[in-house]
Design a protein. Structure first.
Length: 106
Protein backbone atom coordinates (compact mmCIF):
# COMPACT_ATOMS: atom_id res chain seq x y z
CA UNK A 1 0.00 0.00 0.00
CA UNK A 2 2.26 2.83 -1.19
CA UNK A 3 4.63 2.32 1.77
CA UNK A 4 2.02 3.49 4.31
CA UNK A 5 1.13 1.14 7.11
CA UNK A 6 -1.99 1.74 9.19
CA UNK A 7 -1.03 1.02 12.78
CA UNK A 8 -4.27 1.96 14.49
CA UNK A 9 -7.68 3.28 13.61
CA UNK A 10 -8.00 4.87 17.03
CA UNK A 11 -9.16 8.48 16.79
CA UNK A 12 -7.23 10.91 18.95
CA UNK A 13 -9.45 13.03 21.15
CA UNK A 14 -8.43 16.66 21.66
CA UNK A 15 -7.18 17.53 25.13
CA UNK A 16 -9.47 20.10 26.68
CA UNK A 17 -7.69 22.15 29.33
CA UNK A 18 -9.23 22.08 32.79
CA UNK A 19 -10.02 25.68 33.72
CA UNK A 20 -9.96 24.69 37.39
CA UNK A 21 -6.43 23.24 37.18
CA UNK A 22 -4.69 24.90 40.14
CA UNK A 23 -1.15 23.70 39.44
CA UNK A 24 0.16 27.08 38.28
CA UNK A 25 2.47 29.44 40.17
CA UNK A 26 3.68 33.00 39.72
CA UNK A 27 7.18 33.58 41.02
CA UNK A 28 9.77 36.29 41.58
CA UNK A 29 13.49 35.63 41.25
CA UNK A 30 16.22 37.78 42.75
CA UNK A 31 19.00 38.09 40.17
CA UNK A 32 22.71 38.49 40.92
CA UNK A 33 22.53 42.18 39.96
CA UNK A 34 19.74 42.77 42.52
CA UNK A 35 16.94 43.00 39.95
CA UNK A 36 13.73 40.97 40.12
CA UNK A 37 12.37 38.69 37.41
CA UNK A 38 8.72 37.59 37.34
CA UNK A 39 7.46 34.45 35.64
CA UNK A 40 4.78 31.75 35.55
CA UNK A 41 5.23 27.98 35.72
CA UNK A 42 3.59 24.66 36.54
CA UNK A 43 6.83 23.20 37.95
CA UNK A 44 8.75 25.62 40.18
CA UNK A 45 11.65 23.26 40.94
CA UNK A 46 12.36 22.56 37.24
CA UNK A 47 11.92 26.20 36.27
CA UNK A 48 14.43 27.40 38.88
CA UNK A 49 16.94 24.82 37.63
CA UNK A 50 16.40 26.00 34.03
CA UNK A 51 16.90 29.64 35.04
CA UNK A 52 20.18 28.81 36.78
CA UNK A 53 21.33 26.76 33.77
CA UNK A 54 20.75 29.86 31.64
CA UNK A 55 18.12 28.22 29.45
CA UNK A 56 14.86 29.68 30.81
CA UNK A 57 15.04 33.33 29.74
CA UNK A 58 17.38 35.81 28.10
CA UNK A 59 16.92 38.22 31.00
CA UNK A 60 18.12 35.86 33.72
CA UNK A 61 20.79 34.19 31.53
CA UNK A 62 23.13 37.14 32.08
CA UNK A 63 22.23 37.68 35.75
CA UNK A 64 23.16 34.32 37.27
CA UNK A 65 22.80 32.91 39.79
CA UNK A 66 19.17 33.62 40.59
CA UNK A 67 17.36 32.82 43.82
CA UNK A 68 13.66 32.38 44.50
CA UNK A 69 12.45 35.56 46.23
CA UNK A 70 8.72 34.75 46.45
CA UNK A 71 6.15 32.41 44.95
CA UNK A 72 2.35 32.30 44.88
CA UNK A 73 1.06 28.83 44.07
CA UNK A 74 -2.24 27.00 43.74
CA UNK A 75 -3.39 29.27 40.91
CA UNK A 76 -5.23 28.61 37.68
CA UNK A 77 -3.35 29.45 34.49
CA UNK A 78 -5.48 32.57 34.06
CA UNK A 79 -4.86 33.73 37.64
CA UNK A 80 -1.12 33.11 37.34
CA UNK A 81 -0.84 35.25 34.20
CA UNK A 82 -3.09 37.96 35.66
CA UNK A 83 -0.83 38.17 38.71
CA UNK A 84 2.30 38.23 36.54
CA UNK A 85 0.84 41.12 34.52
CA UNK A 86 -0.01 43.03 37.70
CA UNK A 87 3.45 42.48 39.18
CA UNK A 88 5.19 43.65 36.01
CA UNK A 89 3.29 46.96 36.29
CA UNK A 90 4.21 47.36 39.97
CA UNK A 91 7.25 49.36 41.18
CA UNK A 92 10.17 47.12 42.16
CA UNK A 93 9.99 47.86 45.89
CA UNK A 94 6.34 46.66 45.98
CA UNK A 95 6.58 43.52 43.81
CA UNK A 96 7.11 40.93 46.58
CA UNK A 97 4.30 42.38 48.70
CA UNK A 98 2.01 42.45 45.65
CA UNK A 99 2.69 38.77 44.99
CA UNK A 100 2.24 37.73 48.63
CA UNK A 101 -0.94 39.78 49.16
CA UNK A 102 -2.66 39.03 45.83
CA UNK A 103 -6.15 37.52 45.93
CA UNK A 104 -7.83 36.18 42.77
CA UNK A 105 -10.90 38.00 41.51
CA UNK A 106 -14.12 36.00 41.68
Amino acid sequence: MNGIEIVSKKIMQPVIPDKNDRNWSTYLLKCSDGSLYCGVTKNMKNRLIKHNEGTASKYTRFRLPVKLAAVKGYLTKREAYQLEYQIKKTPTHKKIATLNDWKPEN
